[in-house]
Design a protein around this ligand. Structure first.
Ligand SMILES: [Zn+2]
Ligand SMILES: [Zn+2]
Length: 332
């Protein structure tokens, strides 16, 4: 099979590797779609302490079962599935509390294990719970959005607000999915802000309330929003989120900051205005299940998904800032 292998920093090689064989306690999944996100770009550019190379990246995976070992009695070839990428220990306190995204023994597909930038993925029986069936009405490209949507679901659960005004900072994948998710009930007014006019134009075209930087500052008074979701990795984005929150407002802190020299004066805002800060890291298995159930009802035009083939992966990862909202490797 073909695999795009990260062999060193900023070096991806598409190569032929052995097809996986299937033991009785194993299942082989054929990748149909795999999303490429900022996490993959970060791993490609900067590596990471726990990222051992060579490694096949890719954690936003939708596909179908090619072969199921005897122990996988509930799956058959052709079954359409997504893979929840967090392989958990199942025994630590966090796993016990259903906060498995914080599992002490977490191994992540596409980071600690080889992921979806290859044609087939093998999983063991112990990780069967991570294989989730795709609803019949959901196409594979939309199903591969279940991981980023699950991250949006996770953040929403953390904040727990059911009505009011929500500012979304960053009109990328998570920003767009969050706007769809929070706006679905009609009880929450959502506004997206971004410094990139192209991304704002895309968000506006699909019916979201979105503004570029200056228009936003003119249109909305400071202290207008009940919650701010910072869905971009910049200090300026974090400042915008904090700056427009009303007293007692909730700050969703989703993206790790790329510049970690944050001014500590920002923290005084948390103190003086009694802001509540909700860190949100990835998603749990139950968030991915929720995302799969929600996605058939989410209206997202297919043109927001840029399709590439495996040979195009290095080029997409090289370009860390992109105007594309979603990028996916399309296999079949
Ligand atoms: Zn991702
Ligand atoms: Zn655990």
């Amino acid at each position: 099979m073909k695999a795009a292998v990260l062999t060193g920093r900023r070096n991806i090689v598409v190569m032929e590797v052995d097809d996986p064989s299937c033991a009785r306690d194993e299942i082989i999944i054929r990748t149909e779609r795999c999303g490429i996100c900022r996490t993959d770009r970060k791993a490609y550019h900067s590596g990471q302490r726990d990222l051992n190379m060579p490694r096949v990246l890719g954690h936003e995976i939708a596909g179908c079962v090619r072969e199921a070992g005897k122990d996988f009695a509930s799956f058959a070839p052709g079954d359409r599935v997504v893979i929840h990428p967090g392989l958990i220990c199942g025994t630590c306190g966090y796993c016990g509390d259903g906060r498995d995204n914080l599992c002490d023994g977490m191994r992540i597909i596409g980071f600690n294990e080889d992921g979806g930038f290859q044609e087939y993925i093998k999983l063991n029986k112990r990780d069967e719970a991570n294989i989730l069936r795709i609803p019949a009405s959901l196409a594979s490209d939309m199903a591969a959005l279940s991981e980023p949507m699950a991250c949006a679901v996770h953040q929403k659960k953390m904040i727990g607000l059911s009505s009011g005004r929500v500012l979304i900072v960053g009109s990328g994948a998570l920003g767009i999915l969050s706007a769809k998710l929070w706006g679905a009930s009609g009880a929450v007014e959502t506004v997206i802000v971004d410094i990139n006019p192209k991304k704002i134009k895309i968000a506006s075209e699909i019916g979201l309330d979105a503004c570029a930087g200056e228009d936003f500052a003119e249109k909305f008074p400071k202290t207008y929003f009940d919650a701010a979701l910072v869905c971009c990795p910049t200090n300026d984005g974090l400042k915008t989120g904090i700056g427009y929150l009303k007293k007692g407002g909730a700050l969703g802190f989703f993206s790790g900051l790329t510049d970690t020299s944050m001014e500590t004066s920002l923290l005084n805002e948390v103190h003086y205005r009694e802001l509540r800060v909700y860190g949100s890291y990835g998603c749990s298995l139950s968030d991915t299940k929720d995302a799969l159930n929600l996605l058939p009802g989410v209206d997202l035009p297919g043109r927001l998904i840029t399709e590439i083939d495996l040979e195009g992966v290095a080029g997409r990862l090289e370009n860390i800032e992109t105007d594309d909202i979603f990028t996916q490797i399309k296999y079949i």
